[in-house]
Design a protein around this ligand. Structure first.
Ligand code: NAP
Length: 275
């Protein structure tokens, strides 16, 4: 805000699951004009808004709210733009030949699948504990999958290493971790390890696989990135996504775009300080 000559501050408000509406009213009373919303409040935030952007409707979740002076609230979902912007260009250019495997079936998995519908993927697999929740995620890409002839499917967490089933001709694999596993150093990352071994069994070399984590940690690799790095798989943590979705939220509130230079500076700063 300082760099752009704008006045304001960005503060965290703890909020219990049953107090989202009351917290919104308090924020409005304090003259707050914009909010980010995080787990587990994203779906509730959408239902409390007066209107929603197509992205928020698509992801069925809001991570950003604009509180207008007339008392109405607009719900946005900038996770989708954040994810899209955070996929390295070298990975993005190969998406038409890439089997994308999304781990988890929560809010971020939904945003990922919604974001990827803009690409003609040959194959998309959701790996999760619940087939029902995976079906909700996969439903988001139904139309696009039909249009792009994408083979969309669910599989439970693999118990042993067998190459991922390839329904379509793919030369690359992109595995995106949309679970919190590996956020804490005490987490059992065994399931992530097996998934990465399954991924390696599908490609000719580790370089043809990419691992992207949505989780991030300060000054250290996340559990998922650590495993990928050890296997020679190019990896990226969730900080880029965090910066890009934050920049998009900022634009929703202020109408001001955040250029690449500022985004990269924020990313470098977060690499040192994120918790
Ligand atoms: N980088 C960023 O900007 C950014 C933004 C938002 C979130 N995130 C990251 O994304 C992660 C997911 O967020 P979310 O909003 O999607 O959360 P969510 O809605 O709670 O979904 C989490 C998903 O992970 C699965 N899961 C959790 N623990 C698991 C385990 N031990 N084994 C297997 N599956 C497990 C859950 O499975 P079930 O469905 O079976 O319960 C669920 O499908 C967060 O932990 C956060 O670190 C990053």
């Amino acid at each position: 805000m300082e760099t752009l000559g704008l006045e304001g501050s960005y503060t965290a408000f703890p909020c219990e699951a049953n107090a989202v509406e009351a917290t919104l009213s308090q924020c409005r009373a304090q003259g707050i004009t914009g909010l980010n919303v995080t787990i587990p409040h994203k779906a509730t935030a959408l239902t409390l808004a007066d209107n929603a952007t197509p992205m928020a409707q698509l992801a069925q979740a809001a991570n950003t709210l604009t509180l207008h002076t007339n008392g109405t609230i607009t719900a946005h979902n900038t996770d989708i733009a954040g994810i899209l912007a955070s996929i390295p260009p070298t990975v993005r250019q190969h998406l038409p030949h890439t089997h994308v495997v999304v781990l988890g079936a929560g809010g971020v998995a939904k945003a990922i699948v919604a974001a990827l519908q803009y690409y003609p993927l040959p194959q998309l697999t959701v790996v999760s504990r619940s087939q029902e929740r995976a079906a909700d995620v996969m439903a988001l890409t139904q139309l696009a999958a039909h249009q792009h002839n994408t083979a969309v499917g669910w599989q439970p967490w693999p118990e042993k290493t067998t190459p991922f089933y390839a329904a379509a001709k793919t030369t690359r694999l992109l595995v995106i971790n949309a679970t919190p596993i590996g956020m804490a150093t005490s987490d059992d990352t065994g399931p992530l390890n097996t998934v990465l071994d399954c991924a390696l069994g599908t490609v000719a070399s580790p370089g043809q696989c990419t691992a992207i984590d949505t989780v991030y940690q300060a000054n250290t690799l996340t559990g998922f990135c650590k495993l990928a790095h050890a296997k020679g798989i190019p990896q990226q943590d969730g900080l880029a996504m965090l910066v890009h979705q934050g920049a998009e939220s900022f634009t929703c509130w202020t109408g001001t775009s955040i250029n690449t230079e500022i985004r990269l500076a924020a990313l470098a700063h977060l690499r040192q300080t994120a918790t």
